[in-house]
Design a protein around this ligand. Structure first.
Ligand SMILES: [Zn+2]
Ligand SMILES: [Zn+2]
Length: 678
């Protein structure tokens, strides 16, 4: 069966199609009820009594058809997802706004928590696994993880898998689904074996992007032919809204080749089902390791995270939902992967920011924006407003507060994200948000590592979240922060002092053992594996290949646990980085590149910095002059030398191809004389 059939066209009558998606069932149920009431079982016709029940029918039809633009796909185009170029009709505006509101997002998290509560992911269990017979056993282990779950859950998962296979029967041809990785309001993710990785697909676009010395080499290294390759299959529910699905898929495509970012292998739809395929990354639940991971492991966690941010932010993409559940980290290998771009957005410079903040949007030299010059805003007016606000803050509690039913016009700003990880500018509804919001969320994660507390903040709404932050940073800094976004911060809550405390002080109060080195855990990085600069092969886990436990668990006896002095030095550096990540004024918050060069993360033994491994966005880097976008089609193109001649010919690229890394040209221009001569 050809892969083109994976994208079978639009059913002429979607109502007759079995809807496997539980989120679509409600629509179908309403339609069936309408049908019953009309007393007919036939298809609607012009004189059909069903005409009086047109509304639910049409609603269902438009709902389904909006999801399904026409599409084609061939085997060799596996890495190419042209289907989303077709026009989507956004009929689900309401659903979209639900997503953006963030309320539902919180529920995703809550759902997952419930799931994990019932699940005993602990180290002992892994131990058992590892005791099993080494190499060959490793492959089977990844395939058998479902059996580690409670019987009721296994049953539920088996049912879901059967449901997905029934809904998208073509999946079975190419993938063997073996377990569920996670589930949420808008999607479920499954683990599967890519049955034809070595035989059917053209994987050449994936190979050779990152140099072997790069920590991202595992993403592009060819897989040995005797290994099973695992993938993650994400089933996106129709409730997610067509525009949102399109957004997620196109953003993932733009992020191809970015380091430590989940790579889109392909995406397709089957009637009302949309499915995305990504490499599988083995990882542990954050709650298993946040208070035991050695300091070197924490450093690797953030190196991976900030490399991912550096690469996506320079591609003008903000993740918007950074939290431990969306960063798949394998504490054994020290490799992490940023995933779930369901709420990600593009960070285009807005020439007329609605919120009229006192700062700019993202600029090439100032990725987090910069403060406006005083003559660019009305300073007198601002001072007056601040003064009034301070007077109000000092009034007795019955005279201040915020209205229970706020009738003031709503400030429209993107508030997506998860409670507890939202940056102050998100809470203050800043109209010009940048990648700085992802950095704040990373700061929240570092705060959990250092305090050994997770989750740390538990506000019920944005106001409460602002108050939590203000309790620490104090009224003065919160006022300054609010001013930056043309907002006023008033509070007479006694626990919010004028000066507040530093984040360092907060950590010290929360964790009295902060300066005591953690006990070495032999199966955690760096004790379980060589540091990444010494890797010559892609690590077996965190990659699409199978896991071989024997490789990653054999402890490295020559790695010494840190001395007390070196630990204290690490803590000092970590706290300094924390202050810069948790800088409430977004324009002054540290950028991913600077964070990678910060003493906490910069490897003193490595003679090259992160710039050497940075994959430039398309059309940048040393060979940029040979790269261009087609005027008409906007396709990415390169001029490539015709072998043995002076001629250049044009070649159309797929996303992820033609990336110049650091000072090196891309794969198409590495043999150009001008670059060889350097
Ligand atoms: Zn702002
Ligand atoms: Zn090039």
């Amino acid at each position: 069966m050809s892969a083109a059939a994976l994208l079978s066209g639009h059913s002429s009558n979607p109502l007759e199609v079995h809807s496997s998606d539980r989120h679509n069932r409600a629509y179908k149920a309403r339609f069936m009820a309408a049908k019953r009431e009309a007393g007919t079982s036939g298809a609607p016709s012009s004189d059909d009594p069903l005409n009086s029940f047109n509304e639910p029918v049409q609603e269902y039809q438009t709902h389904v058809s909006a999801l399904i633009p026409h599409a084609e796909m061939t085997d060799s185009a596996r890495a190419r997802t042209s289907w989303f170029d077709a026009a989507f009709v956004d009929l689900d505006a309401d659903m979209d706004s639900d997503v953006v509101d963030g309320g539902d997002v919180v529920e995703v998290e809550a759902d997952m928590m419930d799931e994990f509560d019932g699940e005993d992911v602990d180290i002992e269990e892994l131990d058992d696994l590892e005791d099993d017979d080494e190499d060959a056993q490793g492959e089977t282990d990844e395939e058998m993880t479902i059996h580690l779950k409670p019987p009721e859950e296994q049953e539920e998962i088996a049912e879901e898998i059967a449901d997905l296979e029934a809904a998208v029967p073509q999946l079975v041809q190419d993938y063997k689904i073996v377990d569920r990785l996670g589930t949420g309001t808008f999607s479920s993710v499954y683990k599967a074996i890519d049955l034809h990785y070595h035989t059917k697909w053209d994987n050449s676009v994936w190979h050779g992007v990152h140099p072997p010395s790069s920590s991202a080499y595992y993403q592009s290294a060819p897989r040995p032919s005797d290994t099973k390759v695992f993938v993650a299959i994400k089933r996106i529910y129709v409730t997610s809204g067509p525009e949102r699905i399109r957004n997620e898929i196109t953003i993932m495509e733009d992020c191809r080749g970015s380091r430590h970012v989940s790579q889109l292998i392909t995406a397709f739809r089957q009637q009302d089902q949309v499915v995305a395929i990504m490499p599988y990354h083995r990882h542990e639940d954050f709650r298993v390791f946040y208070n035991t991971l050695p300091m070197e492991g924490i450093k690797e966690y953030f190196r991976c995270l900030f490399r991912a941010f550096r690469d996506i932010h320079t591609r003008k993409i903000i993740h918007r939902d950074v939290k431990p559940a969306n960063f798949l980290f394998d504490p054994k290998t020290g490799i992490g992967t940023l995933c779930d771009f369901g709420l990600a957005c593009r960070n285009e410079l807005n020439p007329n920011p609605l919120g009229s903040c006192l700062h700019t949007g993202s600029l090439p030299k100032h990725p987090h924006g910069k403060v406006l010059h005083p003559r660019e805003y009305d300073g007198e007016q601002l001072k007056k407003a601040q003064k009034e606000s301070r007077v109000k803050s000092s009034l007795p509690s019955d005279r201040v507060g915020y209205p229970e039913k706020d009738t003031r016009p709503h400030s429209k700003a993107n508030r997506a994200g998860t409670r507890g990880f939202r940056a102050p500018e998100v809470l203050l509804k800043c109209g010009d948000q940048t990648g700085a919001i992802d950095m704040w969320a990373a700061g929240m994660i570092l705060l959990s590592f250092l305090t050994e507390k997770f989750p740390l903040f538990n506000s019920n709404d944005d106001i409460e979240a602002l108050m939590e932050i203000a309790t620490i940073i104090g009224r003065k800094r919160m006022e300054r922060t609010a001013t930056l976004h043309s907002r006023l911060f008033q509070s007479n809550v006694p626990s919010i002092t004028l000066e507040g405390i530093s984040w360092t002080e907060f950590v010290e109060r929360q964790n009295p053992n902060l300066r005591v080195p953690r006990e070495p855990v032999p199966y955690y990085y760096p004790y379980s594996t060589m540091p990444h600069r010494a890797r010559t092969h892609p690590p077996s886990s965190s990659s699409p290949t199978t896991t071989r436990y024997s490789e990653s668990v054999s402890p490295q006896p020559d790695i010494e646990p840190p001395s007390e002095e070196s630990h204290i030095e690490d803590v000092k550096n970590a706290l300094d980085l924390l202050e810069q990540l948790m800088q409430p004024e977004c324009v002054r918050r540290i950028t991913p590149r600077k964070a990678l060069y910060h003493p906490f993360l910069h490897d003193p033994l490595s003679d090259v910095g992160d710039d050497e491994y940075f994959p430039h966005p398309f059309g940048q880097g040393i060979c940029a002059k040979y790269h261009f976008r087609d005027d008409v089609t906007d396709e990415m193109c390169v001029r490539v030398r015709v072998p043995g001649t002076d001629e250049m010919e044009v070649r159309i690229l797929q996303a992820g191809e033609g990336l110049a890394i650091g000072r090196e040209p891309c794969e198409f221009h590495k043999d150009e004389e001008e670059f060889l001569e350097r």
